[in-house]
Structure formats: C-alpha cells, structure tokens
Design a protein around this ligand. Structure first.
Ligand code: OGA
Ligand code: NI
Length: 385
C-alpha cells in the first residue's frame, strides 16, 4: 500500500476514534449507564396494557406483521455430516460449495449434523430459561455496566434517551482463558456453569471447523482465517437473549437491526418461538429453525478479512404477545488487540482493500456506544477512496 493511502487510513481511524465520544482515555466505556436500568421482564410482568414510549420504534423500523406463507423463503440449510471425515467418496466438495454460496449470498445459514450433542443444546437453553425465570431482584447481583458489558443487562448502547429494545440479556466470556471468570457466570440453576462450560467447548470446535471451510473456499490455506484471528488466542463469548411477552409487538423490536461486530456467530434459537429475521435485499425473511440446527452467520470481522466477499448481513428480532423467547448467541471473535484488515492474498491493484486496519477492541466500541444500527458501523469503516 502506498504511503499516502496509509496516512489517509490513519486519519480515518483517528476520526472514528474521536466519533466515539464517551470513550474514556483507555479506550473503554464508562462504568455507569446514562439512566436507571429498567428490566424488560419487570415491565412484562406488570401486565401493562400499553407499551412505554421508550420501546416504541419509529414507524419506519416497526416490523411488518404479515403472516408468512408456509412455503415462504428460508435461509439455506446445510448438512455437515461427513464434512472432514476423511472418508473416501465423502461429500466435502458439495457441502463446501453450499457454504460458499451461503456466505456470499446470504451471510446466514442453518447447519444440521454439526457435531454438538442435541441434549447439550437443549440443556443449555433450558438452564438459561430457568435463570431468566428467577425474580428480577435475584439477578441484580449480576447487573452489568457499559465498561465490559459482562453480566445481566437490558440495553446495548449508552446514548441518553435512546429508544430501547424489548429484551434482557446475559453476556459472558469463554475465551481467552484469562477472561473466563466463573464468578461472573450465574450460579443458578446449580447445573448452569457446568452446562455452559461444556456447551462453549463444543461450539468452539464447530467454529474451528467452519473457519477452515471459510478459508479453503477462498482458495486460502485452511488455517488462514484462524491465523488472522490470532491463532489460539481468539475470543469467544456468549450473549443469552431473553425476550419477554410484549403487549404491543407491532410497535417494538426484541433486538433492532444490526450486523454482528465479531467474526462469526453460532445462534441457538428458541425451539418453540420464531423471532429472528434476516435481511435479504429489501425484505425481512423470518427464519424457521430446523430442530436442533444452529443458525450460523458471518460477522463484520470476516466480511473485513474477506474484503467483502463474505457478507455480514443485517438481522433483527421481532417479539410477540403470546410467548417469551430465549436464544443463545455464541460469538467467535479475533484476538481483540490485533489489527484486522483484508487478507493480503485477497487484494490487488484491481481489488484494493476496502477497509483500513482496526483492532476488534476498537471496532466493537461502535455498537457498544451507539447500540444496534443496521450496517452503519461496517459501512462507516470503509477506506476513503
Ligand atoms: C444477537 C442476535 C438473534 C436472536 O444476539 O446478536 O442477533 O434470535 N440474536 O436472538
Ligand atoms: Ni446478531
């Protein structure tokens, strides 16, 4: 890259840094939320007949409440059985081609026969459901702050007066080992720590397999993405979402439109209640989860590494007045302090890098500060032309 480009990029990075106004000197956020936290669970349990103004979305963001036809489009479903089994005549090429297309066209796909035990998936979800069924005050000891977001939370973003989403959540770290702190994990129900620990280990293995496919599908050495993520030092964290029943679901969102800031997300959706919608061109597709499938999606860091060959796609969550919903979003991220930029092998004079280098620590301040805002974060990060 020529010098003047690099200095333009540095300017852009500094500008981005300045834009994040409430960032403290050390590059992290403050200790306190801008206003008192209200648990969405408390609102839902108080049997409100109307929705508080803080949760009413502007008309342009409200969900369209049309019933999907049973034959309606769904995101691709891919069977991973036999992938990397090393067996003769295995269908690796076919599976890999399906993943390649899904990453380019959809940014989202479901996987079945993915190697994580179905009983462990159910146990993980049901342990978390029990946790969220605890009375609100029993969970306040885990209350989180915008500095690290770890613990029990009810908002994403620190802008005073923001319109909020209809959900509570819990956020914790699996990797790196130095950030995995059992004291910050819930201790009820009694089995929860052990179940999440095991769940995390199995899901990390699935992520490692998918990372190899993503690299190979771009004609790279299969460990290329893992290496760019920092090898063994990657980050992995879990965000468990709790979407209580909502009195006016047509006015609210459980989670506003966003793309995931990290590398790749493995979502375990509720087995009973739909809610996730994925943007395909200009329409919102409601995902119909396949039993014991995971929903995999590309995050912004993989879009950046692939120089936009793979797409980190907008998605959101709708709520309903009949049933609560629980989902587990497992985020597989690059080591947080190494610069991430398009892989050298994928750029040339004809295909210049679309993004300047930025660490994930720095990058995730966009969403941690501003909250979910469609694809604005990755779009604001493009290199100046
Ligand atoms: C997320 C997310 C979707 C869901 O946590 O980033 O997109 O279905 N969750 O809860
Ligand atoms: Ni998401």
């Amino acid at each position: 890259m020529c010098k003047s480009n690099r200095s333009k990029q540095n300017k852009k990075m500094n500008k981005n840094k300045k834009d994040v106004k409430i960032e403290t000197e050390k590059g992290s956020l403050m200790d306190e939320w801008p206003e008192p936290i209200v648990r969405v669970q408390s609102l839902a349990e108080s049997n409100l007949s109307s929705l508080p103004d803080r949760y009413i979305k502007p008309a342009s963001q409200r969900p369209t409440m049309t019933e999907d036809a049973p034959t309606a489009t769904n995101i691709p479903i891919i069977d991973l059985e036999g992938l990397f089994s090393g067996e003769e005549g295995s269908s690796d090429d076919v599976i890999m081609a399906k993943i390649s297309e899904a990453c380019r066209e959809w940014g989202f796909f479901q996987v079945v026969n993915h190697g994580v035990r179905p009983e462990l998936m159910d146990a993980a979800r049901e342990n978390w459901r029990e946790f969220f069924h605890l009375p609100v005050n029993a969970k306040e000891t885990y209350s989180n702050s915008p500095r690290t977001y770890e613990g029990y939370g009810s908002r994403l973003g620190v802008e005073k007066g923001a319109i909020l989403d209809w959900s509570d959540y819990y956020y914790l770290h699996h990797l790196p080992p130095r950030l995995k702190d059992f004291n910050k994990w819930p201790s009820f129900p009694p089995t929860i720590k052990e179940v999440i620990d095991e769940y995390g280990k199995e899901v990390v293995q699935l992520c490692e397999r998918i990372m190899r496919v993503l690299s190979s599908n771009l004609g790279l050495r299969e460990d290329k993405f893992q290496e760019a993520f920092g090898g063994k030092n990657i980050g992995a964290c879990l965000r468990v979402n709790y979407y209580p029943k909502c009195p006016r679901p047509e006015l609210a969102l459980g989670l506003s439109s966003h793309s995931d800031p990290g590398g790749m997300t493995i979502l375990l959706p509720d087995d009973q209640v739909i809610g996730l919608q994925v943007r395909k061109d200009d329409t919102w597709i409601t995902v119909k989860p396949h039993p014991h499938a995971f929903i995999v999606n590309i995050g912004d860091q993989i879009q950046i590494l692939s120089n936009s060959t793979y797409k980190s796609v907008e998605h959101r969550v709708i709520v309903n007045s009949e049933k609560e919903r629980v989902s587990l979003a497992f985020f597989y991220n690059p080591k947080s302090d190494i610069p991430i930029q398009p892989l050298q092998e994928l750029v040339s004079t004809h295909n210049p890098p679309l993004y300047p280098p930025m660490t994930f620590d720095q990058y995730r301040l966009f969403i941690r500060t501003q909250g979910p805002r469609g694809k604005s974060h990755v779009e604001s990060h493009v290199s100046p032309r």
